[in-house]
Design a protein around this ligand. Sequence first.
Ligand code: C2E
Ligand code: CA
Ligand code: CA
Length: 764
Amino acid sequence: MVFALALTLTTLSSIITDPLISSLLYATLGLLATASVVRGIVANAAAPRGPWLAIAAALLLFMVTAYLRTEDQTLGDLTASRSLVPDAVGFPAYLILGAGLALLVRHRRKLIGGLVDLSLDAAVAALAAMSLAWVFMASPAMAGAHAPLTVKALFILYPTVSVLMVTFTAQLAFTGGGTGDRSSLRTAMGAMTALLIGDIVYTLADARVWDAPTWIVNLPYGIAFSLIALLGWQPAFALITEPVPRSSATARTLRLPVVSVALAIPALVAAFRKDTFEDKVGLAIIVLLLAVVGTLRTSRALRAEEATQQVLAFRATHDQLTGLPNRSAAADHIEMRLRQRLTADASIAVLFLDLDRFKLVNDTYGHLLGDQLLISLGERISALDEPSTFSARIGGDEFVMVLDRVDGADEAVLLAETVRGRLSEPLRIGDIELPVSVSIGVAFADASDRHLSADELLRDADTAMYRAKDSGRDSVVMFDSAMRDRVARRLRVETDLRHAIERDELAVHYQPIVRLPSGAIVGFEALIRWHHPQLGTISPLDFIPVAEETGLIVEIGDWVLDTALGQLATLRRNLADGDRLTMAINVSTRQLLDPIVPRRIAALLAHHGVPGERVFLEVTESMLMDDPAAKLELLNAVKATGVMLSIDDFGTGYSSLSYLEKFPFDRVKIDRAFITGLNRSGGTGRPLVAAILAMADALGLDTIAEGVETPNECDALESLNCGYAQGFLFSRPVPPDQSPQAVMRWGIAQDNGGGAPELAQFTQ
Ligand code: C2E
Ligand code: CA
Ligand code: CA
């Protein structure tokens, strides 16, 4: 709409010959453009407003200039009496416009130094334009008339300045950015191009090179103003000033050809002209200036490139948070030291530091404070210039210090102790005081371990650090090769466990559970065994945690369930009163998290024809610790299959029996730790066991004492009225073909629902 109106004004002012009406229309057009820009500023709440206000001001000044020009009749006046008043207004108007555009560009590309580069580029373009103006406008004007120097200078300056404007606008248009601002940018580009054409036509006419009629001279300006008017109404007006990310590809790829074409112009112009002496001097100066600007621009580009390289190199080798070297830098440093050591015959110690309980700080106070803590610790570490020669942050709360010139492993440990002592002081962050302690693993190498690599040394120190954690944190542990063997063994366990089932290396053994005081058998606990062909029998304490970590426990646990239920079914079939026997099976938390497990249990019970109430699933007390609500849901789903639930290792966690009330347990297994030395004088075991038994009784839960090894323990349990017992005193876990013998020896408990112990024909 506005655009159409503006164009109409342009056309009318060109057609109408009456100078008064024509210039009135022209003035209206200028005001319209100015008003549109102001409207754009207000409607879009453009920020910053400064550049746009400058542009609006420049437009007003342009109108005044145009008015003065028609008044003073300066067009084509090459005499000394030519009035310079219009130019005195017009030229500053260009400078204001240029400043506005430059500010827009700077805002758009929040680039330090970007504006200088841009100005240099613009200078190159402007100098090229200057050479053209010199040859085609100033020079003919000078040749034809006795125009004063000021007038000649104007002829060169106007096109030069408008080329500058176009360059700035092109920078705006080509610096990438969002998607919405494209139309605005095109409009701005169009306006500036029209302005440039206008200036060229005007200067040609002014210099009497081309006697263009007034309307042709005015038309490009009219179009420029119309486009500016349009710009003020475009919705994406404000987007022009949105900052864009550094260096967009378009700007870079366009810049090079533009600059080189500009550089070539004066040379070409010089080649095609028959030059006067003045021309030669003028062009020589321009070319010289171009050379200076071009060199400046190139050297700046090179320096920027170098700086970028340095930043990139620093980033690749340093940790962002603490500014310390990172893991790869640490590895490089150690590698270098190791190589030097080969020749210098010195030794090297690597300290692997891990902040104790960092997760707790993060969880309690948030990551911001956690980061603060890491930064402060990093500062503390790098402040320890003795005994360390190099420190790095190589992971979350893990730091590495490298000590050179260490006399031996013992000295390395002593130095590490010093480090631990100096780091373990509370840190004050804001008004929070955080206790700080570190666990340190030390790896030491001297000339005798030539084969060691940096990675191996780091890994050894890491392994030792884990031992330090295990031994209660806030301590120093020296690596020894036994640890390496343990790590290797653990890796072996992990890989071999994957094939243990298919290779038939797993077995289930059964330990009898007896009724107190009679000692008759009520059932068995299924305990898994792994017979490794090379490593021998591996304890479940060693491989169950690995199975849990790797997720293999789901498959293994399922196999145990199937096997143990199968065994129970066999015993039930082959023993008289065998249907009174129970089977206790251990299940790990990870197993229960699998949503298909309840269905799987139901299916296996049905498959083996075993009633759920004869099966006890044992879960450890520790599984209830985190997220009890979710655990309750899991246990209820399992319980719904009809099986019984036992809480295993009771007393080792932090739960109280009353807390357990809301869980669907049927039985409590009192941990072996309470049973051992139950009858020893002065022991605390007895009152504790008595308390657990009383509570369990009140809650209607059965009780089993685990790990009963001596008759004394058994007597004590009997006197406390403990219901059931299990332990080496009665029987070790036995292979499946021996479990009937166990029953034979002890008989099936009568009050387990059975009659007199009696053995049926048993066939394996
Ligand atoms: P647990 O469930 O507490 O099993 C009892 C452990 O105590 C068994 O060790 C058993 O052999 C041992 N034990 C029994 N009586 C005595 C005694 O009088 N004195 C001593 N010192 N120890 C006794 P085991 O078989 O090495 O199993 C260790 C742990 O491995 C089990 O502790 C259980 O948590 C886990 N585990 C065993 N089999 C499985 C399984 O099939 N699945 C899962 N998830 N865990 C299992
Ligand atoms: Ca158990
Ligand atoms: Ca147990």
